[in-house]
Design a protein around this ligand. Structure first.
Ligand SMILES: Cc1cc2nc3c(=O)[nH]c(=O)nc-3n(C[C@H](O)[C@H](O)[C@H](O)COP(=O)(O)OP(=O)(O)OC[C@H]3O[C@@H](n4cnc5c(N)ncnc54)[C@H](O)[C@@H]3O)c2cc1C
Length: 383
């Protein structure tokens, strides 16, 4: 929710506004979407289809280079989230809409199904509570299987019990994003790449966005942004869909009440791929019982038949504005991480051969709750 701050912030707000106006070109706009990840693209496509004039500002040279191209590409069923949460509601409804969208437009996807597996007796009750939770969330056709039945379905699998979710699937995330971009552009949305929103200020009820060309930022690498923007945009509607940067960017909007900006935590996840996968060992997605901060090192197949294992959970801190706005995170995957992957994977795939894991890629989860805190729900703020 956009709320004006009071007291001492007023001086900073005035100063930010004055400084911005004195140097930059000021232009009005209808709707500005910050960030061309899958969320910003979906919002832009929808607004454009509703007849609004949409401008998408993206700091990178193209769309979808952030978290949206660094994930498992799984269409989740909606099993894990607390009933009545936004996450549960959006996941179940979003899955239905996503399958519909992909089918209508020929976007590669596959309703491949998923097994969540209990490999030790202590995990069996957790599987039952997941089944209850999924059913309460409205996930259809969940079925508990005993170990032998699941292992007949997947001969390389070892488990005591499994929860089968037939509605889970995979999607080609790049094709999905390309389709959203195309539809938004066909409805007159404009995409401005290499363009970074460095902050903003409130004047009356209007957000003034401070915008710079990405190439002009941080030339000396000292983590500072220029004091004045090159352009000030005054839109009627602003959507902050800057992914990992969204809370950090909101903090740079002078005049917003700090109290409404959620905290930001980051958890990196690494992936390894299976070498020589002419014959993939599995035909379904295989997930262990979820862990703190993630869903556990699972097996994902992509639409090219590649088998991926991951992601693990590595909490990171010390993220500054520049790294986040310009996506300068460390995405490398050290081969040494494989030592932790082998034992985790062998709990359900005992025949995994030594030396068969190759470093893949990594992604970073934006989190609103820290390690060992209760997982928080989505926060969507509207003014
Ligand atoms: C390891 C991992 C696995 C996951 N697996 C799945 C999965 O299987 N299924 C699933 O549904 N979800 C999964 N997710 C979650 C999913 O990837 C994200 O929810 C989704 O990609 C978020 O999209 P976004 O548009 O919010 O963010 P992003 O894709 O990060 O897009 C934000 C964009 O904003 C731009 N930007 C940032 N700051 C600025 C600025 N100041 N000015 C201009 N532009 C800016 C960035 O460059 C970026 O392009 C996973 C996430 C991770 C990390």
């Amino acid at each position: 929710m956009l709320r004006r701050s009071t007291g001492g912030a007023r001086g900073a707000l005035k100063a930010a506004g004055k400084l911005a106006r004195s140097f930059a070109t000021v232009e009005k706009a209808d709707c500005v979407v910050i960030g061309a990840g899958v969320v910003g693209l979906a919002v832009a496509q929808r607004l454009a289809l509703c007849g609004r004039d949409v401008l998408v500002l993206e700091s990178a040279p193209t769309f979808g280079t952030g978290t949206s191209s660094r994930n498992s590409e799984v269409i989740h069923a909606g099993i894990y989230y607390p009933p009545d949460s936004l996450k549960a509601a959006f996941c179940v409804r979003g899955r239905e809409l996503l399958y519909e969208y992909c089918s209508e437009r020929g976007i590669p996807h596959w309703q491949i199904g998923k097994l969540i597996v209990a490999t030790g007796p202590s995990e069996v009750p957790k599987l039952s509570s997941l089944m209850d939770r999924g059913a309460r969330n409205g996930v259809d056709d969940l079925r508990m299987m005993d170990g032998p039945e699941a292992m007949r379905m997947e001969p390389e699998l070892q488990c005591l019990k499994a929860l089968f979710s037939p509605v889970s699937g995979i999607v080609d995330s790049h094709s999905l994003m390309l389709s959203l971009v195309g539809e938004a552009e066909n409805h007159r949305a404009t995409f401005s790449y290499n363009t970074t929103v460095v902050g903003g200020h409130l004047e009356g009820n209007s957000m003034h966005l401070h915008v710079c060309e990405t190439k002009n930022l941080d030339e000396n690498g000292n983590g500072q942004f220029p004091l004045q923007p090159e352009l000030v945009l005054v839109p009627k509607v602003v959507v902050n869909s800057a992914g990992l940067s969204a809370p950090l960017l909101a903090k740079r909007f002078h005049g917003l009440n700090d109290q409404v900006i959620p905290p930001a935590y980051f958890a990196r996840g690494h992936y390894f791929t299976l070498a020589n996968t002419k014959n993939p060992p599995f035909r379904h997605l295989i997930y262990p019982i979820p862990e703190d901060g993630g869903l556990g090192v699972h097996v994902t197949l992509d639409l090219n038949g590649q088998v991926k294992f991951g992601p693990d959970v590595e909490w990171i801190d010390g993220v500054d504005n520049v790294s986040s706005f310009l996506n300068r995170f460390d995405y490398s995957v050290s081969a040494s991480h494989a030592e932790r992957f082998y034992p985790a994977i062998r709990k359900y795939y005992p025949n995994l051969k030594d030396g068969s894991l190759e470093p893949g890629y990594s992604g970073i989860r934006p989190k609103l709750s820290a390690l060992q805190q209760l997982a928080s729900d989505f926060v969507v703020q509207v003014a």
